[in-house]
Write a protein that binds this ligand. Structure first.
Ligand SMILES: [Fe+2]
Length: 310
C-alpha cells in the first residue's frame, strides 16, 4: 500500500482489531506492508509506554541475560512505539535479522521461510489500553519487545534459521507424496510437531541461568507482565528438562497461563534439538504425532504445498 494512502486514516490509530488501515490492506490480500508510523495515536504510544515501563523490573528479575543484553543493544524508546527501520538499524549488523511488517497471520510455511531468510514477520498494531494484560493475538509489544531482543544473539538467531530450514525440508518431504489424502495427513502431523516445538521453546521456553536458577527466554513470557512471574514462581507450573519426544506430542492451549514448561541448558542445546527434529522428520518419526492442538488451517496446509523447495 502506498504511504500516501495513510491520509485516509488520520488519527484512527493502529489498535489491535480496530485499525482500518490494516483491514483494507488485508482485504486486498497484502501480507507485507510498510509501517505507516504517522497513524499511531497517542493512545497507542501510551499503551507502549505503560507496557514497557512495567516490564522493567520483571525482565531484570526473570529474563535470561541474553534478553537483557538484547534490549540494551536495540536502544528501544520507552515512550514511543518503535519504528521498525530504527530497530533494524541496530539489529541487522548483529545477526542479519530484520523485523518485517505484516498485516496479520502469516501461513505456517511462509512464516518459517521468512526465518530462514533472517526476516521476522512483525505485527505493527498495538493492544488497546484496556487489554494490556492479555491479548490472544500478537501485537507490536509481543513481537518487538518479546521476540526481537532475542534475535540479537547469534546462536539464537541461527536456531531460528534452522527452524526455517526444517520447514523447508518438511515442504520437500510432503511434496514428494503422490496420494493427496496421505499428503495432507503428513503436512498436518509434521507441522504440528514443528509448531509445538516452536511454542514450547521460542514462545514459552525456560533456560538454566549461570547459577542454575531458571530464566525466561520465551517471547510469550517476556511480553506478559503476569505470566513471566507465574512461569518462574508458581508451584502449580510443571517445569521439566526438555525432551523432544515429549514436546512434539504435547498439545497446548493459548488462552490461559501455560501449566507446563520445558527447560533447555543453553542455546547450543536448543540448536541441537532443532537439528534432531529435522533428522526425525526425514526418518518419518514426525509422521504420526499425537492429535490435538494446534490446529492447522487450510492456508497453513496450502503454504507447504505451494512452497518452492528446489
Ligand atoms: Fe510470538
Amino acid at each position: 500500500m502506498a504511504q500516501t494512502e495513510t491520509q485516509f486514516y488520520p488519527g484512527m490509530g493502529l489498535t489491535t482489531t480496530k485499525a482500518p488501515f490494516i483491514e483494507v490492506a488485508r482485504n486486498k490480500g497484502e501480507l507485507y506492508i510498510q509501517q505507516p508510523y504517522e497513524l499511531y495515536s497517542e493512545e497507542n504510544h501510551e499503551a507502549w509506554r505503560r507496557l514497557y515501563a512495567r516490564m522493567q523490573d520483571r525482565w531484570q528479575r526473570y529474563a535470561t541475560d541474553k534478553f537483557l543484553e538484547g534490549i540494551s543493544k536495540l536502544c528501544l524508546d520507552p515512550n514511543r512505539v518503535p519504528r521498525l527501520d530504527d530497530v533494524n538499524q541496530f539489529l541487522a549488523p548483529l545477526t542479519g535479522f530484520k523485523a518485517k511488517a505484516v498485516t496479520g497471520y502469516v501461513p505456517a510455511y511462509i512464516f518459517f521461510d521468512c526465518l530462514r531468510n533472517r526476516e521476522f514477520p512483525t505485527t505493527i498494531t498495538v493492544r488497546s489500553l484496556d487489554s494490556l494484560d492479555y491479548l490472544p493475538e500478537p501485537d507490536i509489544f509481543h513481537d518487538i519487545a518479546g521476540h526481537v531482543p532475542m534475535h540479537t544473539d547469534k546462536r539464537f538467531a541461527d536456531t531460528l534459521v534452522r527452524f526455517g530450514e526444517a520447514a523447508h525440508s518438511a515442504a520437500h518431504i510432503v511434496q514428494e507424496i503422490k496420494d493427496p489424502e496421505l499428503q495432507t495427513q503428513r503436512i498436518i502431523s509434521i507441522t504440528r510437531a514443528l509448531a509445538r516445538f516452536f511454542w514450547f521453546t521460542i514462545e514459552f521456553g525456560l533456560m538454566r541461568g549461570k547459577n542454575g536458577e531458571l530464566k525466561v527466554y520465551g517471547s510469550g513470557l517476556l511480553s506478559s507482565y503476569g505470566e513471566i512471574a507465574h512461569a518462574i514462581e508458581s508451584p502449580e507450573v510443571q517445569r521439566y528438562p526438555i525432551q523432544l519426544e515429549w514436546v512434539i506430542n504435547q498439545h497446548f492451549e493459548i488462552d490461559h497461563y501455560q501449566p507446563l514448561l520445558f527447560i533447555v541448558d543453553s542455546f547450543d542445546h536448543l540448536f541441537e534439538l532443532v537439528d534432531q527434529l529435522e533428522r526425525w522428520m526425514w526418518e518419518g518419526k514426525l509422521n504420526n504425532v499425537a492429535p490435538g492442538e494446534p490446529k492447522m488451517s487450510e492456508e497453513d496446509i496450502r503454504s507447504f504445498l505451494e512452497a518452492t523447495v528446489d
